[in-house]
Design a protein around this ligand. Sequence first.
Ligand SMILES: [Zn+2]
Ligand SMILES: [Zn+2]
Length: 130
Amino acid sequence: MPACPICKTEMKSHLIDGYQTDICPAHGMWLDKGELVGITEVERQKHGRFEWADLFRKEVRPPRHERRALSCPICGKPTVRELYHDVEIDWCRKHGVWLDKGELDAILNNLRLDPSFLRGIRVRIADTQY
Ligand SMILES: [Zn+2]
Ligand SMILES: [Zn+2]
């Protein structure tokens, strides 16, 4: 089991939409490469239509951590910070992404503000790198 990049304790395996993710209950979750786009696609298929709640939906911007340096729980190399739908993610190009607590919900929320995401016509080639 990989260790949480923040507190270094062993993460627990946690199933989300059929994907085996690793979570630290205190800090967040690790998604192996491809799992982020996989999970957002399953969520789009589950709730792919406009819902009334979407009328009142606002963009969520979790706090950023400009000075924080994390390392990939798989290879130990420093992760890079990137903005993904207004959420700062910590990314290892080879292995996947670290999301702080609440960031997956923020990403799913922000994706729904993009009408092309709900219509499923969004070209998500760039997203598959995560
Ligand atoms: Zn932790
Ligand atoms: Zn790595």
